[in-house]
Design a protein around this ligand. Structure first.
Ligand SMILES: C[S@@+](CC[C@H](N)C(=O)[O-])C[C@H]1O[C@@H](n2cnc3c(N)ncnc32)[C@H](O)[C@@H]1O
Ligand code: SF4
Length: 418
């Protein structure tokens, strides 16, 4: 009997398949029959494969068999990879694929002309907030695919961008999804910390996947702040807003305290939907005060609910930003909590030279389709070492097509086939 384990993984038995859980957030299913057949073909012996206590069990004793199984699993991992949370197929982006990490908003890097660089290692979310601006999570109706970027590759691109942008940068881990689903989150923070141009490392998160152990690791790696998305202090209302029956508000509140105790600052970032949770604003302020949030940065960053084109839209009233800011100023007066109207300077943010645009609107470029996109009719193409999101297309991976650039804002390129 052999017990096989692979680094950062464990195995589960699923009747006809063996499931490899890799780095907690990803999995791949392997047909037992196929693995057994491969052993039979090579070694002419009949074996049975199962999983127990996290190990893959083969009823044979032979190091060569162990090597074969390990090789088969590792070499097919990319093909079968799925997200444990969204259950969607995951495309693993690594250096060998030559995928530029500038140009697309779902993964890679985004430069919006300031000293803050958004760093996006993966897509996908573990909850489905009823207002989500990017229609994320297990109940998404539009997202059909997830991406995970190899951490060394992401850091390599970051280092190039950071060299161009200069000193005093903030690396902000956010995404079209939940950054804590990124399987290399600790390594990413560590790598960013090693960059001499990075001063601050912050993250935007729903906090659900935090644990005492992960917080300790993130603190040690050098994370400075978490903008924590908590939308209600009432457990039932919070479940409704997060679109998740087993959302454990208490756990997230405990983790907020644990972050602060570990020296990671917390900024609470509730999305305010008037008529639903605006009446909780003072309770949020009270809670933030009590646990000592906002040590180096503001403790609260209330966000006005905005109905986004590709997001989810609860049937609620949308308050104009003018009225929203008036509401915030009144709240400042009433509670003495300042600032609630947040400005870039509260975060040490300032304008910086943009990475020059590679295309201009209206330009027609020859681009090569290299990856499927996240929604139906969308593909990712590459030209001049940038990604372009091509919409309304039936083109296939490998094809070269002519694309008319329709959007270039903040170096995110959208094009249409012509
Ligand atoms: C898309 S989320 C991604 C990060 C992470 N999953 C989270 O929720 O913190 C980024 C931020 O946008 C907020 N947000 C999502 N949908 C929104 C909407 N329709 N209007 C305003 N803010 C929204 C989230 O609460 C979160 O603070
Ligand atoms: S707002 Fe954030 S936590 Fe909520 S579904 Fe969207 S990505 Fe996930």
């Amino acid at each position: 009997m052999m017990r096989i384990k692979l680094p950062n993984s464990y195995f589960e038995d699923h009747e006809s398949t063996i499931r490899l859980i890799w780095r907690e957030t990803l999995y791949a299913d392997f047909e037992k029959k196929l693995l057994e057949r491969a052993i039979k073909r090579k070694f002419r012996i009949k074996t049975t494969i199962s999983a127990e206590d996290g190990y893959l069990i083969v009823d044979a004793e032979n190091e060569e068999i162990e090597r074969l199984i390990t090789f088969l699993i590792q070499s097919h991992l990319g093909e079968f990879l799925r997200s444990r949370y969204t259950k969607r197929k995951v495309l693993y982006i690594h250096e060998g694929m030559n995928v530029p990490l500038l140009g697309y908003n779902a993964f890679g890097l985004i430069d919006r002309g300031t000293n803050l660089i958004q760093v996006r290692g993966s897509t996908g979310c573990n909850v489905s907030c009823i207002f989500c601006s990017v229609d994320e999570g297990p109940y998404s109706r539009t997202r059909i695919l997830d991406y995970v970027v190899d951490v060394d590759y992401l850091l390599k691109w970051f280092d190039e961008v950071a060299q161009f942008k200069g000193k005093g940068l903030e690396a902000h881990l956010d995404g079209q999804g939940e950054p804590l689903l990124y399987p290399f989150i600790v390594e990413l923070v560590q790598g960013l910390r090693e960059n001499p141009n990075v001063n601050i490392i912050s993250m935007q998160s729903n906090g659900i996947l935090l644990s005492d152990k992960l917080i300790e690791e993130l603190a040690e790696a050098g994370l400075d702040r978490v903008n924590l998305s908590i939308h209600s202090l009432d457990p039932e209302k919070a479940k409704m807003l997060m679109g998740m029956k087993n959302y454990d508000l208490n756990h997230v509140l405990e983790m907020a305290e644990a972050l602060i105790n570990a020296g990671i600052d917390v900024l609470f970032a509730p999305v305010i939907i008037f008529g639903i949770n605006d009446m909780e604003a003072e309770a949020f302020i009270e809670f933030a005060r009590r646990i000592g949030a906002g040590k180096r940065w503001p403790a609260l960053g209330f966000q006005n609910y905005v109905p986004y084109k590709f997001g989810r839209h609860p049937s609620v009233r949308f308050l104009s930003f003018k009225k929203f800011y008036t509401w915030l100023r009144e709240l400042e007066e009433k509670t003495g909590m300042r600032p609630l109207v947040l400005k870039p300077e509260h975060f040490g943010m300032h304008k910086r030279r943009f990475i020059p645009l590679e295309f201009h609107v209206g330009e027609v470029v020859k681009a090569k389709i290299i990856l499927p996109g996240r929604i139906e009719g969308e593909m990712l193409a590459v030209a001049r070492n940038r990604l372009i999101e091509v919409i309304n297309t039936h083109a296939k991976v490998g094809e070269e097509i002519k694309v008319k650039i329709v959007r270039t804002r903040h170096g995110i390129y959208v094009g249409m086939p012509i």
